[in-house]
Design a protein around this ligand. Structure first.
Ligand code: SF4
Length: 451
């Protein structure tokens, strides 16, 4: 059978459209397809997915920051074959609108609320009303019941978060962005949560297919919600939540373990070997989650054994691993837009600048100004450009840079920052506080010292 022309399998033209199995996206290393799961998958099924990644793609897979699984290096022909083979497995693959919740929903007894009923109601009504095709391609709804896995850093058009108010669980409604930046609209009783989300989505759909949750203002949201919105003058400032790595007690003797491939990317063979080990240990359920994590559920001893195996195999298994403080996109050669091989710089930062990566901030290393790996501002934000490595302090990559460094000096420049922090920070001062105190001009001068 002859290969399909690319145009036959890449029908979209809107910028930023989500790649999916049936709509692969062109990247620097071929086509890329993504799947997201709505339920648990067995480690054995993941082994099969890894085999498919090697058979149809270039054998590299990504676990994305939102918990998607990406197959890389596909051709127009192999992307269609991958789609056929994946669908044949009958896995719980998300179709339609992204309505996201914790991978531990319903089994994490540290959560404030079980989100499953609200999530399934939203999904059912979106489907019934045919809303998905009329909404922006990247539209997402997050339903956050709390617990071990934080969803606060993920961008959402519409976010519901369980909070306890006057000894009663209610749902805080937020619009746009990550939780810290979202528009806080008010609170909803549980029975109103899904209908309000549907009404807001319907409202967005009537305005146009490119409108996002962040485009709604408070008066519009209030008009849509009407008397269902409870107005309480309470500040639920989000806490800094730990990354979902390590052993997590769920209650009733059940445990979960979270771990991640470094920088979200790994060879399918190495990943398959981890899933094989999980099978041997009797860990039967796994699901990708936020922060590039894989969340396995099982008995305590089995989870602990899997965690030890994963640490030896080079996975990130604890939040204080310096690699978990770096947001990095695939970069060159995987992405055709990249000006530099980002993973080499990230490796250097993780090994040579570990003192800097104390978990108080995110170091963002981006192959270009698009900033796929970390759409929010980062304390230290670097991106490749035609002129060199652009730097900004507490900015989004793509914002106007404070300094541009030659690519040849980028590793030394990062090392200088680490040495400066080691020598000059006050006792107990985090890297975030230290660099914020120094300010953009001083940090830029240190980075450019040897130029
Ligand atoms: S940020 Fe740029 S280089 Fe990195 S993956 Fe996105 S488009 Fe590619």
């Amino acid at each position: 059978m002859s290969a399909l022309p690319l145009s036959d399998v890449q029908p979209f033209s809107r910028r930023g459209i989500c790649p999916a199995l049936s709509a692969p996206m062109q990247t620097g290393d071929g086509l890329l397809s993504r799947v997201a799961f709505t339920g648990y998958v067995s480690p054995q099924d993941f082994v099969t997915l890894c085999t498919l990644a090697t058979r149809h793609g270039n054998g590299l897979v990504d676990i994305t920051a939102r918990g998607g699984l990406q197959f890389r290096g596909l051709t127009a022909q192999s992307a269609t074959e991958l789609e056929r083979d994946v669908l044949q497995l009958g896995l719980p693959i998300r179709q339609g609108l992204a309505v996201e919740t914790s991978p531990l929903a319903g089994i994490d007894q540290t959560a404030i609320a079980d989100t499953r009923h609200i999530v399934s109601r939203i999904r059912m009504l979106v489907e019934k009303l045919g809303l998905h095709d009329r909404l922006a391609a990247k539209m997402s709804v997050i339903v956050d019941g709390g617990g071990h896995v934080s969803l606060g850093d993920l961008l959402a058009d519409i976010r519901l978060k369980a909070v306890t108010l006057n000894n009663r669980i209610v749902w805080q409604l937020m619009l746009g962005g990550a939780e810290t930046k979202a528009l806080k609209a008010g609170f909803l009783r549980e029975e109103q949560a899904a209908p309000v989300v549907i009404d807001l989505l319907s409202h967005l759909a009537t305005i146009g297919p490119d409108v996002r949750g962040r485009d709604l203002d408070l008066s519009t949201v209030r008009a849509v919600c009407a008397e269902r919105l409870l107005d309480h003058d309470v500040d639920f400032s989000p806490q800094i939540a730990p990354l979902p790595y390590g052993l997590m007690a769920l209650g009733d003797g059940f445990f979960a373990v979270g771990l991640a491939p470094a920088f979200g990317q790994i060879s399918a063979d190495r990943l398959a070997s981890l899933f094989q080990q999980a099978t041997v240990l009797g860990v039967v359920n796994v699901r990708p989650g936020p922060s590039h994590s894989l969340i396995f559920c099982g008995r305590e001893a089995d989870c602990e054994a899997l965690l030890a195996h994963a640490a030896t195999a080079g996975f990130v298994t604890m939040a204080r691993d310096p690699r978990s403080a770096i947001a990095v996109c695939p970069g060159a050669p995987a992405c055709g837009s990249a000006f530099m091989p980002t993973h080499a710089l990230a490796d250097h930062a993780a090994t040579e600048c570990a003192s800097l990566l104390d978990g108080s901030f995110t170091l963002h290393l981006s192959g270009c100004a698009k900033g796929c790996a970390h759409p929010s501002p980062a304390l230290l934000a670097f991106h490749g450009s035609a002129e060199g490595l652009a730097f900004g302090l507490s900015v989004r990559v793509g914002d106007s840079p404070a300094a541009i460094l030659p690519f040849g000096g980028q590793k030394a420049a990062l090392s200088r920052l680490a040495q400066l922090y080691e020598k000059e920070h006050k006792p107990g001062e985090t890297a975030r506080t230290f660099f914020s105190r120094l300010g953009t001009e001083t940090v830029s001068a240190v980075l450019q010292q040897d130029n």
